[in-house]
Design a protein around this ligand. Structure first.
Ligand code: AMP
Ligand code: MG
Length: 992
């Protein structure tokens, strides 16, 4: 089509009613005419009231929210040295204002319509001032003055939206300060303005007429065209591309920051500048060339890799401004054209950087081809969850700026007698969490990070920049490297971090065994109550005597050091007597909770290789007892046995218990724990808790979980009282609460999910009990959502009792970290703080290659030193993969690889993030999804199964997706079959 025919067509097109325009558009599209590429026509009388462009609509909206904000003020400051012709300068301005309608535009709202109004005449008078003297030196005064001017808000309704000031510093020394509102301008426009201003000044001061080619259209023409084009189908076409690119989920990037994200973000910002050394700059430019990408793409990829490494997130979306001046008619205009695109990268540690680069290149090219869709329209279409705490669709921005045109124009020396120099200025506001700008010139490459001061402090920004530089160096050395392997830390930063994680170890000498300390308590205070169960009490003396008789019997049965002895028992005094007796005989107890299904118990009996099983007769009756397994019924009195403490030669390194946890390959595995581990746990935490014989502890948890180890020995090692909570009571929060109050429990241990129910009961209580003896509430077993404690803190404050979060693992002896909680934590409710390690442990946050991760970045938690288990029973291979040689010490020590993700702040405080694998916690129960899947797959008629933990009505719940041979398979029957081999908490709530 001829261009005349084309522009006639477009003229007709735009004048059509919407419905017909759409039809015509479709016809043109089907004929292969791309309307987006047709020239933009002028279709209005000059001073109409015209609809806003979409970008302007958003600015109008933001201004309405806070008219006093200066976040969108765009400044340019030029230092003019030499004899200045002020009249020529004002004349040049006058010409500029008449030439560009944007400089004469203001905004109004009529009904539900927002309109831009172009004034026929809108002279802007240049304000002339002497720089106010305040006693500082000129630069400081100038900076302060400029900052003050930039901070002055604009009135979008009345205009003008450009302020011009000429500051006189000396006879031949001036600063020209231009501040515009973004709604009528952008960075490109500022360059146009400076270029035309200088050209006009040169001509005017030389007495010549201004000669600039006519503008083909004005901004308002563009705004109109944009609407027509979009309505006619352009929107749908481009949206389809972006929908596919971005998908349905719009994740929020959570960058490592020192401060919690406030519920409403502010614009406070700050700047951190860096210069890349020349060698690195050249290397990166060469690398881009060699990889067939632009420097922009390379730098964007490096930034996305950095964000991935620091956040631990795999789906990284970065906002990238695009000038949107890709058509001849708009090139020379002043106005708000700049658009923002969301460039997404999908990363993982195994991806090589060069593969990431390919991905980034493809997406950048695709974005370029779909750049007409205004960002505001994308937001409307994708409808991300709106939230005042972060910006929609992306939270960080990258902008690559090649060459600085203002100084280029100045350097060209067009202006006789006047040296023009741009004063670098940064608006101290941050529209996003983080923005990276890179500046490319022939000789250099520099960058600035603009960060939200709400989130980051100067040190955070400085660290981030240093990680990025290290990452760039690593890329320049080897672009094939995997992203997970790129080093972020300097060697000395690494040393500092390692030293922080491993202060000189505190050692707690352990000379005796668990039962020996309990014997000591029995000797010290024989009549003190050791156990309470269903209103019955048992004294230390009686407990010790009964345990001694049983122990002597066990010894006669051949029990000795490191022998594993099964214990199948309902909650009762017998349970504690038996545990103590097994220890006294030198053995280690293997809890076989009768609540477990037979199949699982049979497996544990076989796997542990126990030769002897203790149990209540009623429980033993129901157990699958293999031939040759000897049993001891606990109802016997063993009256024939002596009552003194048996003397078995035992060391604290002998085993005390074996606890089974879910196994990813389908079968649970037993963890081997010595006496020493438990004893040092209490010594090492004593300064925090000060447990003593006055404490009353509840035994809430099953003795098959290690939280019970803390409860049982916390009470008995200190001569305190252990309140055995009846099974039914553990499931009824109101009964439990009544029991706690009755018994005067002072140390309560809970998973956060159990505590939430208790909290509701406690908070609903009318008459608050005065002087409640509860001193400590210890959380453990699963991630704590601090925000959920708000009602508790409101009612009871944060002093008595103290609420403490402790993170730990069976393999590291119950607890690893300690974190007292307070009302102040509610401010930061989104994180799960787990605090600092117990002083005789060491810990590391490592990446997949066992490199320490920087402060605030996410890594896998490894635990070392005194809490580590001996290993897994009969599972040398698994022991070797989970208990690895400490890569930072060659003293033969080991680290336990937890599979937990965490981050550590610069102050050494650890925050829990989540799991790296398919282990989940349901109400504190540790579950390997793989175990359930294996059980399901083993059932007749099931071909395949996938199990997930999903949010349910009361916390997480398990959902299984199964592929069955027979479509008629009954869900209830499947559940029943699963229950034969899995404990209740592992049976999925839903089978689909
Ligand atoms: P278990 O061996 O049953 O104690 O389970 C250990 C696992 O529970 C850890 O690896 C964590 O995933 C989780 N866990 C334990 N305590 C906490 C805690 N305070 N915060 C978050 N997760 C926890
Ligand atoms: Mg635990």
């Amino acid at each position: 089509m001829q261009s005349k025919a084309l522009s006639d067509l477009i003229e007709r097109f735009i004048k059509l009613p919407t419905a017909q325009r759409k039809t015509l558009y479709q016809q043109m599209v089907s004929k292969g005419v791309n309307i987006a590429r047709l020239p933009i026509p002028v279709t209005r009388d000059s001073f109409d009231r015209i609809a806003l462009s979409f970008a302007q609509e958003r600015q109008w909206f933001l201004w309405g929210l806070d008219p006093s904000s200066s976040a969108y003020n765009l400044p340019t400051a030029l230092r003019l040295r030499g004899a200045l012709d002020v009249t020529a300068l004002q004349g040049s301005f006058d010409a500029l204002v008449m030439r560009h309608e944007s400089l004469r535009t203001r905004f109004v709202e009529e009904g539900d319509q927002r309109l831009q109004v172009v004034e026929a005449d809108g002279r802007i008078v240049m304000e002339q001032l002497a720089l106010p003297a305040t006693g500082n030196d000129t630069t400081d005064r100038l900076d302060a003055y400029i900052a003050e001017q930039i901070a002055r808000p604009f009135d979008l309704q009345n205009g003008p939206l450009l302020r011009v000031q000429l500051l006189r510093l000396g006879a031949d020394d001036h600063v020209l300060l231009l501040v515009q509102h973004h709604i009528v301008s952008d960075a490109w426009s500022m360059q146009v303005m400076v270029r035309e201003l200088i050209a006009g000044y040169s001509q005017k001061s030389a007495g010549q007429p201004t000669t600039l080619p006519d503008l083909p259209i004005q901004y308002a023409d563009y705004a109109l065209w944009q609407r027509h084009w979009m309505e006619a189908g352009g929107r749908e076409e481009q949206l389809a591309y972006w929908r596919e690119q971005l998908g349905d989920e719009q994740p929020v990037l959570q960058l490592p920051a020192s401060r919690p994200r406030p519920p409403v973000r502010s614009d406070r910002g700050a700047l951190h500048k860096i210069e890349l050394d020349a060698e690195l700059g050249q290397a990166l430019k060469a690398l881009a060339k060699q990889q067939g990408v632009t420097l922009f793409m390379l730098m964007l990829a490096s930034f996305q890799a950095l964000l991935h490494r620091c956040s631990g997130q795999d789906d990284i979306r970065v906002g990238v401004p695009i000038a949107n001046r890709n058509r001849a008619e708009t090139e020379g205009l002043i106005g708000f054209f700049v658009n923002t695109q969301v460039l997404r990268a999908q990363l993982h540690g195994e991806l090589s950087f060069s593969d990431l680069l390919l991905q980034v290149k493809q997406r950048a090219l695709g974005a370029q081809a779909h750049q007409d869709l205004p960002f505001e329209q994308l937001v409307d279409a994708l409808q991300p969850e709106r939230n005042m705490s972060h910006s929609p669709l992306f939270q960080v921005v990258y902008n690559h700026i090649s060459a600085a045109p203002v100084s280029a124009a100045a350097a060209s020396g067009q202006i006789q007698g006047l040296a023009v120099e741009a004063i670098e200025w940064h608006n101290q506001t941050a529209q996003f969490d983080l923005a990276l700008n890179t500046y490319e010139s022939e000789q250099s490459l520099s960058a600035s990070f603009i960060y939200a001061a709400d989130l980051f402090d100067a040190q955070d920004a400085c660290l981030l920049a240093s990680h990025w530089l290290n990452l760039l160096r690593a890329i320049a050395r080897n672009p094939q490297q995997r992203i997970g392997e790129l080093t972020l830390l300097d060697p000395d930063q690494q040393q500092t971090i390692l030293a922080q994680w491993n202060p000189a170890p505190r050692r707690f000498e352990v000379e005796r065994c668990l039962h020996q300390l309990i014997e000591q308590q029995a000797a010290l205070r024989p009549q003190a109550i050791a156990l309470t169960f269903e209103n019955q009490h048992l004294s230390y003396e009686a407990l010790n005597r009964r345990a001694n008789r049983l122990a002597h019997h066990l010894i006669s049965q051949g029990v000795g050091p490191d022998h594993l002895v099964g214990l199948a028992c309902e909650r009762s005094f017998d349970m504690l007597v038996a545990i103590l007796a097994i220890l006294k005989a030198g053995g280690a107890y293997v809890p076989l909770d009768p609540q477990y299904p037979e199949d699982r118990l049979a497996y544990m009996i076989e796997d542990s290789g126990i030769a002897l099983l203790l149990g209540q007769p009623a429980v033993l009756q129901h157990l699958p007892l293999p031939e040759g397994l000897a049993t001891v019924a606990l109802d016997a009195s063993f009256a024939e046995q002596p009552e003194h403490n048996p003397a078995v030669a035992l060391s604290p390194d002998n085993l005390a218990y074996v606890i089974y946890t879910s196994g990813s390959t389908g079968r649970p595995k037993g963890t081997l724990l010595p006496h020493r581990n438990v004893l040092r746990l209490f010594d090492a935490t004593q300064d925090w808790f000060g447990f003593d014989h006055n404490d009353v502890w509840s035994l809430f948890h099953s003795y098959a979980f290690d939280f019970s180890v803390w409860e049982i020995f916390g009470a008995l090692l200190h001569g305190g009282r252990l309140l055995i909570v009846p099974q039914d009571t553990t499931r009824a929060a109101d009964d439990f609460y009544a029991l706690l109050c009755d018994a005067g429990v002072s140390v309560l241990n809970q998973t956060p999910s159990a505590f939430r129910q208790l909290m509701h009961v406690a908070c609903a209580e009318q008459n608050l009990q005065r002087d409640n003896p509860l001193r400590h509430v210890v959380f453990g077993g699963e991630a704590l959502d601090v925000g959920s404690l708000a009602p508790w803190f409101q009612r009871f404050g944060d002093q008595t009792p103290r609420l403490v979060n402790m993170y730990g693992i069976t393999e590291t002896t119950v607890h690893v970290t300690y974190r007292p909680l307070s009302c102040a934590d509610l401010q930061q409710a989104s994180v799960s703080p787990i605090g600092e390690p117990i002083p005789d442990l060491s810990w590391y946050l490592l990446d997949a290659q066992l490199n320490p991760v920087p402060h605030n970045c996410i890594g896998e938690l490894y635990v070392g030193r005194a809490g580590l288990a001996r290993g897994y029973l009969n599972r040398a291979d698994l022991t070797a993969t989970r208990f690895i040689p400490n890569p930072f010490d060659n003293d033969g020590s080991r680290l336990y690889r937890t599979g937990d993700l965490a981050r550590c702040t610069a102050d050494g405080v650890i925050e829990y993030i989540g799991r790296i694998d398919h282990q989940v916690k349901i109400r504190g129960f540790r579950i390997e999804l793989g175990e359930i899947e294996a059980r399901l797959q083993a059932l007749d008629g099931i071909r395949d199964a996938v199990v997930l933990a999903q949010p349910g009505p009361s916390g997480a719940q398990l959902v299984a997706y199964v592929v069955a041979d027979d479509a008629q398979l009954e869900v209830a029957e499947l559940k029943a079959r699963l229950k034969a081999s899995l404990p209740d908490y592992m049976v999925p709530a839903h089978l689909l």
